[in-house]
Design a protein around this ligand. Structure first.
Ligand SMILES: [Zn+2]
Length: 229
């Protein structure tokens, strides 16, 4: 089921009270249009009925796509430093619904699901884009590390989010958004050859220690090496 809860907030522009219908659960198998809306960035985007200012509620939801093997707990981007605590909560929620504490039928479904924890719409959308492009998300995170090591102007804590995979064969590329620390900061994208990712997958032993660190929990993200926790 895809579920919503009413939330009350004040418009950041005119200050008037608003009631927003916040998504708490997305079932992409039953409502594929919600997955599309996450991909095109329209999901949970509304405008203030008083002044017309556009608003987007931060994600705080569970996303399920059995067909693509995805179970994702998504939280607001600003909560990323709390990943360790939220990772434990997400693991519990997954275990209850599809893991050790679930019934036989649910456990069978759960065996085919990759549980993940993400922050922000960019973090959620990235997992959908990666799955669509046939990219292993751990390999993607290792690719980000390779980029940070190789580019002097890319600091180790830089948040990078895959926005699309383009081209084929030798032209295949991954487009990554450099997320600014300041939410009003300028957005910059980086297009890198997919070959960097392919080379990492071809050298599993070289990357094994980092792979273990990145996949130590549901927050499969390079930020677990540099943020909060
Ligand atoms: Zn308003």
């Amino acid at each position: 089921m895809s579920l919503y809860h009413p939330v009350n907030l004040n418009c950041p522009h005119c200050g008037k009270a608003l009631e927003f219908s916040a998504s708490v659960s997305v079932n992409a198998d039953r409502a594929p249009e919600l997955r599309e809306a996450i991909l095109d960035g329209s999901f949970q985007r509304e405008s203030c009925p008083h002044c017309g200012t556009g608003l987007r509620l931060d994600p705080q939801l569970n996303y399920l796509d059995v067909g693509r093997g995805q179970w994702i707990a998504a939280y607001p981007g600003a909560w990323v430093d709390r990943w360790a605590e939220l990772e434990a909560a997400a693991q519990q929620a997954f275990d209850k619904a599809f893991g050790a504490q679930a019934g036989t039928a649910a456990r069978e479904i759960g065996a085919e699901l990759k549980p993940r924890l993400v922050f922000g719409w960019g973090g959620l959308r990235e997992k959908l884009v990666a799955a669509d492009a046939g990219l292993d998300d751990t390999g993607l995170e290792l690719t980000k590390i390779a980029l940070m090591r190789g580019m002097d102007d890319l600091p180790p804590g830089q948040e990078l989010r895959l926005t699309q995979a383009t081209g084929e064969g030798d032209d295949a590329a991954l487009v990554l958004l450099l997320v600014p620390d300041d939410p009003d900061g300028e957005l910059e994208e980086l297009s890198v050859p997919r070959a960097i990712y392919d080379e990492i997958l071809a050298e599993p032993e070289d990357w094994q220690p980092l792979r273990e660190q990145i996949t130590a929990g549901l927050f499969v993200d390079v930020l677990r090496l540099t943020r909060g926790g």
